[in-house]
Design a protein around this ligand. Structure first.
Ligand code: 5GP
Length: 194
């Protein structure tokens, strides 16, 4: 019995986390792979062990040495994020499919590793200007964090053609529907859990 992986990647602020949360709320076959990361928790908006496992750089290094990650990245300078093998195994052992929210490089590594067992979806903002406005409206990141996210976004947008599908998030309801259709089709093909 084999589970599948659905991975969402996008420049920060493109709306992928909202889309991932929507899918989790509407599809009981999916379970979120909680990444480990070394950045600070965003106050009360996030919970340890739910959004991320917030760990120290020392703990993160230890996990790298233990080969505990499927992939890991220094996504922003000094901020490490990684997908834990134990998370994927836990979810599959519960008879569910894994849903992941990772950066572009991590997404490409996971797709390369799991191949047709993974559906790699790239979520795109309508424009860089729209992305900047969203990050400012979110008001969770400092000005320097926003500018590094925009710098990175411009680079990440050049990789969209390497993914299985692209969703342009202009209107959230349309993006939800498109995501649901892609996921349902992928899971229906050669359904493994019956
Ligand atoms: P944020 O700090 O906004 O929560 O996330 C920053 C970026 O890190 C996002 O693009 C998010 O998808 C990515 N990210 C989260 N977890 C992982 C992971 O396990 N691996 C990789 N490569 N990127 C991740």
């Amino acid at each position: 019995m084999q589970g599948k992986i659905i991975l969402f990647t996008a420049p920060s602020g493109a709306g992928k986390t909202t889309i991932v949360k929507h899918l989790l709320n509407t599809n009981p076959k999916l379970s979120f792979s909680i990444s480990a990361c070394t950045r600070d928790k965003r106050g009360r908006a996030e919970e340890n062990g739910k959004d991320y496992y917030f760990i120290t750089p020392e703990e993160f290094r230890k996990r790298i040495e233990q080969d505990a990650f499927v992939e890991w990245e220094e996504v922003y300078e000094g901020a490490f994020y990684g997908t834990l093998k134990s998370e994927i195994e836990r979810i599959w052992s519960e008879g569910k499919h894994v849903i992941l929210d990772v950066d572009v490089k991590g997404g490409l590594k996971i797709k390369e590793y799991y191949k047709e067992r993974a559906l790699a979806i790239f979520v795109k903002p309508p424009s860089i200007e729209a992305l900047a406005q969203r990050l400012e409206a979110r008001a969770t990141d400092s000005a320097s964090s926003i500018s590094s996210r925009i710098f990175k976004a411009k680079f990440e947008l050049s990789f969209e053609d390497k993914f299985d599908a692209v969703i342009v998030n202009e209107n959230l309801q349309d993006a939800f529907q498109e995501a649901e259709e892609l996921v349902n089709k992928f899971l229906a093909d050669d359904e493994v859990f019956g």
